[in-house]
Design a protein around this ligand. Structure first.
Ligand code: C2E
Ligand code: CA
Ligand code: CA
Length: 756
């Protein structure tokens, strides 16, 4: 919306003069030049087409004549204010001009400024609170006068004003920024006028009532186009419409074509009616505010409901929504004798993704999981996110247990496809527990709990597994759950201890090191292996503490053996990727110093899958540790996803070939070929190789043939407490562990054998 209040046309054939005028007007934001014409015909066309509020007119045009412009636009009904620009004017011409309603004469060489001032004087002054006032007007404009019923209210008030004052015209006006708009205007043809010609723009400045008994006798209005032309206003009375907050919106006014003076009673009646108009406007405004408020609340409630029942990250139903749906479906299944299945889904090692690759990647992975689950299921099934890395699926109609387990298997398969997220290639894997209705619970809650137990069991047996609930699970899981809670206390009470398993040089009777393996001496259950608690410790954030205790125990033990002159060249400690955080290198360094162990005698084993996650933090931490002089070993090598080529960039010293390649190395040519390739490549990169899980002498024979450096496994000894380990080392050289260890006593280096 343009903000000027007066639209001006200039008719002037001297470019010098018109450009001078234009410059002066440009400084006047309330006046805008809507056109400049230099000759008669163009001037008439311009004025009649644009309907300006005022015209600056040069009388001597070439070609044409100013007076002809004037008479022709008047003849066409244009009542715009006209100021004549002239040098000197003859009395006859002057009279002719006055007869055509010219409002002033200015010498174009000397009086340009006075001419401007006259234009400006016609604009009603702006109220002091104009900004606030306009805001109020806009607010009212947008809510008032929209429907017919409202129109009628204002119309009847205006008609009443007409009756009580006995004036032929009345209006309820809003004075907007650049124009005046009527909410009602009985007796008046015009719908709106520009602000510069309106009486009401003056009335809004009045405190109570503005009366113009004779417009022709009033300098502000005598040249007003509404006075000189239609509707030929001669007298006016208006009461400002003032809101309780002080802003004057417009006026309730009455108008006549003859001079009039209102009686006091009429004035009072007009004020009372104006008060009613304001009351009506206020009412509309409140109603509309209420409507907005109601709409806002409705949206807020909908959002609340969304927040309350949807998971914001994945937009899946959340635990609350799922709970409700599950109970509902249990009731339905009960009534119709149907079977339903509830699947509890937990991502495997999700914490690792989150902690090593960052929360952005973790979030993206969760969204990916949500999409894959949804895609794999039917529309009638429900997928929900229970929180963290836990999801759930409700299958409302399944034929039997097999079908439910098959569906769970399908979901695992859908997740396992590699996902490319934020430049990482991730393998998402999940464990799923399945519970059925009827059979595994009578309520939604019980189904959920039992599916959770089954999921836990699935996790225990490895990753990517599905487990159907069975009543026996209940007891076992309860025990395991109790175990987890005990772990917190175990760390406080120093119930953890280290077992040691020897590593020997292949083909020689020499110990090359020991791996420290954590054990938990449980007060009631005896010695527990790490399978029972390491994963839980990683998930619950206990793993750092366990790692610290293991480093401490291992180094303390090595120092003790040194003091006892027991030769153990190196001690290996397992490290979870979650431990490799700020401060880890310092902790290791401090422990080495504390026990006086040279760094090269400590080896840290980190699994290949943790390395494959390729977290920058992990790699730089390993590089720092290696700089300290600590040796780094890749655990479970071969089962992860790192390519052999990738090893080149890793800061490592040795590879521990995974047990699964060793188990059949003596009989399976393919496994033997893999180990052979790994050994050859490792040697090329200057890495040591350790085969783990050698259980039989035939394994040792194969390993020697393939050129593996060291071996660890039950064939030598099981992990054992420190005292027993020392005993074993002392006897090692003399004991006939197997024929091989004595068969090649002279070999100083394992001989590389490439063929398999
Ligand atoms: P790992 O690092 O691969 O450790 C080797 C596992 O293989 C040990 O199981 C060991 O007892 C077992 N083993 C050794 N020789 C043989 C064999 O000839 N045949 C068979 N079948 N198994 C053999 P353990 O002690 O139960 O440890 C299991 C896993 O727990 C370890 O796998 C390691 O990943 C983890 N772990 C153990 N101690 C710690 C620790 O202090 N910190 C962390 N973060 N993880 C640990
Ligand atoms: Ca290990
Ligand atoms: Ca291993």
């Amino acid at each position: 919306m343009p903000d000027e209040q007066m639209k001006l046309v200039i008719v002037e054939d001297s470019e010098l003069i018109s450009s001078h005028l234009l410059k002066m007007i440009a400084m006047q934001p309330r006046i805008r030049v809507i056109g400049v014409a230099t000759e008669e015909e163009a001037a008439i066309r311009l004025i009649l087409a644009t309907g300006p509020d005022a015209v600056l007119l040069d009388l001597s045009l070439s070609p044409g004549s100013g007076i002809r412009v004037l008479s022709r636009i008047r003849a066409a009904g244009c009542a715009a204010r006209v100021l004549v620009l002239t040098n000197n004017i003859e009395p006859e011409l002057r009279n002719a001009c006055l007869g055509l309603g010219v409002a002033g004469f200015f010498d174009k060489s000397f009086e340009a400024e006075q001419c401007m001032q006259q234009l400006f004087d016609w604009l009603a002054p702006l109220p002091a609170n104009e900004d606030a006032r306009l805001k109020a007007v806009n607010a009212v404009s947008s809510v008032v006068g929209a429907d017919m019923a409202e129109q009628e209210v204002f119309d009847s008030l205006a008609r009443l004003a007409r009756v009580v004052t006995a004036m032929p015209m009345a209006a309820v006006s809003l004075v907007e920024k650049d124009r005046q708009r009527f909410l009602a205007h009985p007796g008046l043809q015009v719908q709106e006028t520009s602000r510069s010609v309106t009486f009401c723009a003056h009335a809004i400045l009045a405190s109570e009532l503005m009366e113009v008994p004779d417009a022709l006798a009033d300098a502000r209005f005598c040249s007003n186009p509404l006075v000189l032309g239609a509707p030929h206003i001669r007298s006016y009375a208006g009461v400002p419409l003032v809101l309780p907050s002080g802003e004057s919106l417009g006026a309730l006014c009455v108008l006549d074509t003859v001079p009039r003076i209102l009686t006091d009673a009429q004035k009072q009646a007009l004020k009372t009616l104006a008060h009613s108009v304001v009351g009506e406007i206020e009412l509309r405004r409140r109603v509309s505010e209420l409507e907005v408020e109601v709409a806002r609340r409705r949206i807020a409630e909908a959002q609340l409901l969304q927040v309350a029942t949807r998971d914001p990250l994945t937009s899946l139903p959340n635990r609350i929504a799922l709970h409700e749906r599950l109970e509902q479906h249990v009731r339905l299944a009960h009534r119709h004798g149907d079977m339903l299945a509830f699947l509890f889904i937990d991502l495997d090692r999700f914490k690792l993704i989150n902690d090593t690759l960052g929360h952005d990647v973790g979030d993206a992975a969760l969204i990916e999981v949500a999409q894959r689950l949804t895609r794999t299921l039917r529309d009638s099934d429900t997928v929900a996110r229970l929180g963290g890395d836990e999801f759930a699926v409700l299958l409302p109609e399944v034929g039997d247990a097999d079908e439910a387990v098959q569906m769970a298997g399908k979901l695992v398969a859908a997740l396992i496809e590699p996902a490319h997220l934020h430049g990482h290639r991730l393998h998402l894997n999940a464990s799923i527990g399945v519970a059925l209705y009827p059979g595994h619970g009578d309520s939604g809650e019980e189904l959920m709990r039992n599916a959770d137990l089954a999921m836990y069991q699935a996790k225990q047996s490895g990753s990517g597994r599905v487990c159907l609930f069975s009543p026996q699970l209940n007891q076992r899981s309860r025990d395991l759950l109790a175990l987890e809670n005990d772990l917190r206390d175990a760390l406080q009470r120093n119930e953890l201890l280290a077992y040691f398993q020897p590593q020997a040089v292949v083909g020689r009777a020499g110990v090359c090191g020991a791996e420290a393996l954590v054990r938990w001496r449980h007060p009631h259950l005896g010695i527990l292996g790490p399978d029972h608690f390491i994963r839980f410790a990683e998930e619950r954030g206990f793993i750092q503490q366990i790692g610290r205790q293991m480093i401490d125990m291992a180094l303390a033990q090595l120092a003790t053996w040194d003091a006892e002159a027991l030769h153990v060249p190196r001690i290996a400690v397992n490290v979870s990727a979650l431990e490799l955080r700020t401060g880890y290198a310092e902790m290791v360094e401090a422990a080495l110093t504390r026990y006086g162990v040279p760094p090269h005698r400590l080896e840290l084993e980190i699994t290949e899958s943790a390395l494959a996650a390729d977290a920058v933090g992990t790699l730089s931490m390993l590089a720092r540790l290696r700089k300290l002089g600590v040796s780094i070993s890749v655990d479970d090598f071969g089962v992860g996803y790192s390519s052999l080529g990738q090893l080149r960039r890793l800061p490592i010293d040795s590879l521990k070939i995974d047990q699964s390649f060793i188990a059949e190395i003596d009989s399976n040519a393919q496994d033997a070929a893999i180990v052979s390739a790994v050994v050859t490549m490792a040697r090329g990169l200057g890495l040591r190789t350790v085969a783990e899980g050698a259980e039989k002498e035939s394994h040792l024979a194969a390993l020697q043939r393939l050129g593996c450096d060291c071996v660890q496994g039950y064939v030598l000894a099981r992990p054992m407490p420190a005292a027993q380990f020392a005993e074993w080392v002392r006897n090692f050289g003399g004991v006939d562990v197997n024929g091989l260890l004595q068969a090649a006593p002279s070999a100083t280096q394992p001989s590389p054998v490439a063929s398999a």
